[in-house]
Design a protein around this ligand. Structure first.
Ligand code: 5AD
Ligand code: FES
Length: 348
């Protein structure tokens, strides 16, 4: 085995064995990172040019029934100041986003059953009736297939649900027993079957994650082919059971971004806020490694700090317009351009 040979094979065949992915991850060095980023940029350029898609993120509730060990808004965190936006506030955020040039809005929240299916459908319909060219993406966790169907019928067309890890054993170490890897995978399957463009994704270097686990995530992307794949480093949150665990690294995350672009060249790949949090130019480096999406925050500034999944999250003090301007400048600094476009996956 040799990294250069494997990268050339991946570039041609978009597929490696689990052991080959693991070999690449375990032998990552400056040279293999550069080669992978170069190939990744060829594919990124082929399908998306120098355009970067934006999604306006509305973090509408930080109440969550779940207790994931890594997450700052887990239900046992008593230090989390909880908030909920009402329907009007959510719709207002979406409309402001539209005026700023966003054509995709992501409604993201903890698993908060204070919002019924009717509430969620109402919100989707209100947003869609104001702007028929605004794509509504949901990111509200595990719900029933029937609920997913209802949201689709109300007009939602994309759904983000990170698989978190493709390893059932690691999944069990990161989550309490009440959550199951099988259930999550079934949700992803349901979403795809209903017709959503689906976003999966995982954390890089979460506590206990081995390079074999990470290789399994790459294999999962190869096989499931999510339309989008959100990946970012695990980042410590002080009020969780993982308070003393180290955060993931910039290097491994960037390498994973490049490999994913090579595995599935048309995939939508965000340079995540978590990546921007572990390094001041993390998102720019993410784009240079093959990412093509950024997801600035549209939530009211008053609630931003409270949606703290991890420590030191960036952009919690800014207004939406400031964030967008900041990102435009950042992308221009690396000769990329933010565009007003729904930003569908290439090939759809
Ligand atoms: N560090 C990095 N990412 C996190 N997420 C949750 N907690 C953390 C953390 N401590 C990610 C999960 C989740 C997404 C919304 O945020 O992958 O799916
Ligand atoms: Fe939010 Fe820079 S992107 S302040």
């Amino acid at each position: 085995l040799d990294a250069k040979t494997l990268l050339n094979k991946l570039k041609k065949e978009h597929s490696l064995t689990l052991d080959e992915y693991r070999y690449l991850l375990e032998h990552r060095d400056c040279e293999s990172m550069e080669i992978a980023a170069g190939y990744a940029k060829e594919f990124q350029n082929q399908y998306y040019g120098n355009q970067v898609y934006i999604r306006g993120l509305v973090e509408f509730t930080n109440f969550c029934r779940n207790n994931c060990l890594y997450c700052g808004i887990r239900r046992d965190n008593q230090n989390c100041q909880r908030y909920r936006l009402n329907k009007q506030e959510i719709v207002d955020c979406a409309n402001e986003g539209y005026d700023m040039g966003f054509r995709t809005i992501v409604l993201q929240g903890g698993e908060d059953f204070a919002y019924s299916d009717d509430d969620i459908c109402d919100i989707i319909r209100s947003i869609r009736s104001a702007h028929e060219d605004l794509v509504v993406t949901l990111s509200i966790g595990e719900r029933s297939r029937e609920s997913y169907r209802r949201y689709y019928d109300a007009g939602a067309r994309r759904y983000l649900l990170r698989h978190e890890t493709a390893s059932p054993e690691l999944y069990a170490k990161l989550h309490p027993a009440e959550l199951s890897w099988e259930h999550r995978m079934n949700c992803l399957k349901d979403l795809k079957e209903i017709g959503y463009q689906v976003g999966a994704g995982f954390m890089v270097e979460s506590p206990g994650q081995t390079m074999r686990d990470l290789a399994m995530d790459l294999k999962f992307v190869e096989e499931f082919k999510p339309d989008m794949c959100g990946i970012g480093p695990f980042i410590t949150h002080q009020d969780t059971p993982f308070a003393n665990e180290p955060s993931g690294t910039l290097e491994t995350t960037l390498f994973c971004l490049s490999l994913i672009r090579m595995i599935y060249p048309m995939v939508l790949l965000p340079a995540t806020t978590a990546l921007g949090t572990i390094h001041p130019r993390g998102r720019e480096m993410g784009i240079m490694a093959g990412a093509n999406v950024v997801m600035p925050n549209l939530s009211p500034a008053s609630v931003r700090k409270k949606y703290a999944l991890y420590d030191n999250k960036i952009c919690t003090g800014e207004e939406a317009a400031e964030c967008l301007e900041c990102l435009k400048r950042r992308m221009e600094s690396i000769r990329y351009q933010i565009v007003t476009d729904p930003g569908n996956r290439a090939g759809l």
